[in-house]
Design a protein around this ligand. Structure first.
Ligand code: ATP
Ligand code: MG
Length: 477
């Protein structure tokens, strides 16, 4: 955070000081986990369901906190007293932003926000000091928390904006008004809360609507619902994608045997070859969106292709690919799942398996361990069935479906005629690990995906060759 006196902080949050020196300065970060507090930091005490942050105030002070932001006075603790710590954090974030000269980039979409946020963060960091939060941090708490990590040196602030309903993104745009807005896609993630895909599109369009006339809207040219948002923004628009009308475009996209895309990047009469180190065809679109932001923020065209080639996966369990000593390759995409992201992951799995070569027996066997996809509301049954049908159409060799609620995936797979893969329904993660233990073969490519619920336990077991070994195909070890 920028250095501020406790008096200034109290004024910004409309709070009162208690047992605190008004001239003392906040020099460190704002934290709500007392274990993360450093010298001169500010500790925000929230009353959660399980714990009350006020109980940890003494620990925070012992760790060097300059003061504690909370709702009740505590003996011996320098306090900034407020009615609502979250509201206070939000006000403080606004006050800090007002004092800084940073370009705020907001990112929204149904899937790929964190992934694209990480890509944009990496590119902008090559241009100037950039604050980009790890993981998701995309709500009314994560946003001010991230803003408060910026200081005078910061030039770019990259913020993920999630929505669970109408008005959420508008609110986030009020906390930290973005100059640049990026919309990745509109899908059925969290459809339960929105009612319909149009409801989701309307909610995502709150980001382009909030942009100023001297800002920039970066829209996915390949998603008609996103491209249509060009009509609702006052900002100039860049359409990025593979569609013909895109201002920043990828042509001649090919995937290599590791599922990594190469393409020719085309922009205003220039073109450059790009080779990504990232896995999955969906990264073509994500990298184009990131490239549009970087170009606008001053990255020279001549440096862009090389910068794109340097991009890596940052947040964990999103298309994390690793090879085991016994020849098995694992794609850890277990962070979360919805039909669109699962389709993207299945396509990447198929590419790693050798794509069409696998059909002729020349490729590697593909194994998909798929769990339940949450928050699909009315689209739940069809969403699961679609994913199963795609897995079968792509010729997945072994389909392990985890949990009774995900069973429609099997129905979808069974509906594809001529599919010769094996399918199994298991009750939970432990049973999925058991099923792999029996069936895994050397040279298999395994995708693990599901909506949290510890689907990643399967990946962690796969990390250990002694936990899940390979057989020779006849059940012998
Ligand atoms: N453009 C894309 N289209 C479809 N799926 C994608 C895309 N980009 C990333 N994904 C996949 O979507 C999943 C979620 O990715 P990510 O965490 O980036 O999304 P998110 O929008 O931040 O999700 P959340 O709403 O949980 O924060 C991952 O499996 C990732 O590989
Ligand atoms: Mg996210």
């Amino acid at each position: 955070m920028i250095p501020m006196t406790l008096a200034e902080v109290a004024a910004a949050v409309d709070g009162t000081l208690h047992g605190a020196d008004p001239a003392a300065r906040v020099l460190g970060t704002v934290e709500f986990d007392s274990r993360k507090v450093t010298e001169g930091g500010l500790f925000a005490a929230f009353a959660g369901e399980q714990a009350d942050g006020h109980d940890f105030a003494p620990t925070a002070v012992a760790a060097g906190a300059a003061a504690v932001l909370g709702t009740r006075a505590l003996p011996g603790v320098p306090m900034i007293l407020v009615d609502d710590p979250l509201d206070a954090l939000t006000r403080l974030a606004r006050a800090v932003l007002d004092r800084l000269d940073v370009t705020v980039v907001g990112i929204t979409g149904s899937s790929g926000k964190t992934t694209t946020k990480d890509l944009i963060g990496q590119l902008l960091n090559e241009i100037g000091p950039t604050v980009v939060p790890p993981g998701s941090f995309n709500n009314e708490l994560g946003l001010p928390y991230t803003v408060l990590r910026a200081d005078e040196k910061t030039r770019f602030l990259v913020l993920e904006m999630g929505a669970r309903g109408a008005g959420h993104i508008r609110h986030l745009c009020e906390i930290a008004p973005p100059r640049i807005g990026v919309v990745v896609n509109v899908g059925v993630a969290h459809i339960g809360e929105f009612g319909s895909v149009d409801g989701i599109a309307a909610a995502k369009s709150e980001l382009p609507q909030a942009l100023p006339a001297d800002g920039l809207a970066v829209l996915n040219a390949d998603d008609p619902r996103v491209a249509a948002m060009a009509a609702v923004t006052a900002a100039p628009v860049v359409l990025a994608g593979q569609a013909e009308g895109a201002g920043l475009r990828a042509v001649d996209v090919v995937l290599d045997e590791r599922g990594r895309a190469s393409y020719t990047l085309v922009h205003e009469g220039n073109s450059a070859p790009v080779e990504l180190a990232l896995t999955g065809a969906h990264q073509v679109g994500n990298t184009l969106l990131a490239a549009a932001v970087a170009l606008h923020c001053g990255m020279p065209w001549a440096e862009l292709a090389a910068a794109l080639a340097r991009l890596r996966t940052v947040s964990t369990r999103r298309m994390d690919v690793f090879d085991r000593a016994d020849g098995v390759t694992v794609i850890d995409d277990s962070y979360n799942a919805n039909p669109a992201s699962t389709a993207a992951a299945l396509r990447a799995l198929s590419a790693l398996g050798g794509g069409a070569a696998a059909d002729t027996g020349a490729g590697r066997r593909t194994v998909a361990v798929l769990g339940y996809m949450a928050e699909l509301g009315q689209a739940e049954r069809d969403g699961h069935a679609e994913v199963g049908a795609l897995a079968a159409t792509l010729g997945v060799g072994l389909l392990i479906v985890v949990g009774e609620s995900a069973a429609p995936i099997l129905d979808g797979a069974a509906s594809v005629r001529h599919w010769e893969g094996e399918s199994v329904l298991v009750s939970d993660q432990a049973a999925a690990i058991g099923a792999l233990r029996e069936r895994l073969r050397a040279a298999d490519v395994v995708l693990v995906k599901g909506s949290r619920y510890r689907t990643w336990d399967v990946v962690d077991a796969l990390r250990e060759t002694h936990a899940v070994g390979v057989s020779d195909g006849d059940g012998h070890r």
